[in-house]
Design a protein around this ligand. Structure first.
Ligand code: HEC
Length: 258
């Protein structure tokens, strides 16, 4: 029966499609879910992970991406000391005033400076990066649905060589989670490319997890403080409720006794 044959070949095609990752990861797919400590209304960030994530951002991502909305002082929010913040800012060079010969100078950064951008402008960045400027990372965790899950999937989603039959283009890299599976960013994470001060082994997965945590924090740096206040408010309301209850019982007892 011809109808039967069509159905059969359709089923075969669907099976093939599921077996090939190119097909399985079509844009409609949702990235695998991870249980992040910062998820949920009272979730808070893990400081160790934030500090490791900043190391990944500072050593790797910041060579191409800016993060203009943060100042070095904001890093107090991930537990860096004032001294560490001062030293870090001081190690970065910013454009200074012109000297007496009208020549440009540089000056060391201060804690109040915004994170140093690697390129003077988006146009300069695009010219250096084959036509596409690396997006500012201040809100990077918010640009896609399932921000954190997508970022993690994307950062660990490069495949070399690309699967057979995958799209390709010069200067582009195959990634399971990029739009159209191609992206102009070379794979940024390599096993052991950074050393974490706390001794955590710097696998690609660990770096991806920590830098994702840092980028989610960076998109809303005051969330931890807000959630701590939230917990305080809930506790206060519980105490108030208990007081109101005992008070009510007392009054009723008095009324009954009368
Ligand atoms: C060598 C330069 C370079 C480095 C290092 C780099 N990026 Fe990128 N990144 C780019 C460029 C260029 C683009 C734009 C690519 C495009 O749109 O095709 C980009 C785009 C992105 C995007 C958006 C992708 C999309 O599909 O919208 C994310 C997310 C990202 N980078 C994260 C990171 C993180 C996190 C790091 C550090 C671990 C990092 N990048 C390090 C150059 C870089």
């Amino acid at each position: 029966m011809p109808h039967h044959a069509t159905l059969k070949s359709f089923a075969l095609l669907a099976g093939l499609c599921l077996a090939t990752p190119v097909c399985a990861a079509e844009p409609a797919a949702t990235p695998p879910h991870h249980s992040w400590r910062f998820d949920g209304p009272l979730g808070t960030f893990d400081q160790g992970s934030l500090q490791r994530g900043f190391v990944v951002y500072d050593r790797i991502c910041s060579t191409c991406h800016g993060m203009r909305s943060l100042t070095y002082n904001d890093l107090a929010g991930i537990g860096l000391s004032q001294k560490a913040i001062g030293d870090l800012a001081h190690s970065k060079q910013f454009p200074g005033p012109l000297d007496e010969d009208s020549q440009p100078t540089t000056r060391p950064g201060t804690p109040d400076d915004h994170f140093k951008s690697p390129f003077p402008s988006d146009a300069a960045a695009a010219a250096m990066m084959g036509g596409v400027a690396p997006p500012d990372q201040s809100r990077l965790a918010l640009i896609k649905p399932h921000g954190a899950d997508w970022l993690y999937a994307f950062l660990t989603g490069y495949r070399m060589p690309a699967p057979a039959g995958a799209p390709s283009a010069p200067g582009k890299f195959y990634n399971d989670w990029a739009d159209g599976h191609l992206v102009g960013m070379p794979p940024p994470l390599v096993n052991g490319a950074v050393t974490f001060p706390d001794g955590t082994p710097a696998t690609v997965e660990q770096q991806a997890k920590d830098v994702t945590t840092f980028l989610v924090w960076a998109s809303d740096p005051h969330r931890n403080a807000r959630h701590h206040i939230g917990k305080g408010v809930v506790l206060y309301l519980i105490v108030l409720l208990l007081l109101a209850y005992t008070w009510k019982k007392k009054i009723w007892k008095r009324l009954h006794g009368a």
